[in-house]
Ligand binder design. Sequence first.
Ligand SMILES: C[S@@+](CC[C@H](N)C(=O)[O-])C[C@H]1O[C@@H](n2cnc3c(N)ncnc32)[C@H](O)[C@@H]1O
Length: 231
Amino acid sequence: MAKLSPQRRLLKIFHPEGIPWLGTVVYNLVSGASIFQQSYEVIARDILSYCAQGSLLDIGTGPGWLLLKLHQQAPQMRLVGMDVSSAMVAQAQENILAAGLSDVIAVREGNASRIPFADGSFDIVVSTGSIHHWKDPITALNEIHRVLKPDSYALLYDVVSDIPAPILNEMAREFGKLKTVLFWLHGFEEPFYSRQNFERLADSTLFKVGQTKFVSVLCCLILKKPNSLSL
Ligand SMILES: C[S@@+](CC[C@H](N)C(=O)[O-])C[C@H]1O[C@@H](n2cnc3c(N)ncnc32)[C@H](O)[C@@H]1O
């Protein structure tokens, strides 16, 4: 298991990869709250600053909220969601149907370690709050590299275990101290990476190198598949 502290390595062993049915119901409700919805909007804007045309794959899409925000901001894009949990896929499909977008946004079951799409299928691959669940992140990152077109980005957003104090302070100003403390406490029961280990995940993959930045309270691992001509 790559680059986790011993305590978080232990957490990862017991932590389920796909979110089961009851967790899906709870997560769907919780992530409908304004603090999550605002964050999806900010992340969608960040994603579209890298690529706003063509096709996008969202891995571990959960209830599919990010796909809905992306469609609002870039209706021209072909959006596909994927999740290892069949309960989450059904939930995302229900949310997308309720938004009247089931002809436009597709969601299917699949594991990041065996992405059910052909080589070079996507102009961008994204993921939010999911990579810390993945049992084999190195294989998954190589799979992402395979399904990306050359000269394209993967953007993987997640909570890290060492969020800098100024970012937490900013969150407290925006959403209040209670939500910030609960969020911070949540970091002790999930196998989150530290920022450095998150960035270093890329070292042993086909991407070879990754960079991180913070987008609001989430850390984003930026990976680029080079154009084969520039290799
Ligand atoms: C915390 S939820 C985040 C959902 C959504 N991306 C969001 O930001 O609200 C993590 C999601 O990743 C999914 N997941 C976990 N491991 C996965 C894997 N190996 N491949 C695909 N999806 C995975 C889970 O089933 C769950 O729906």
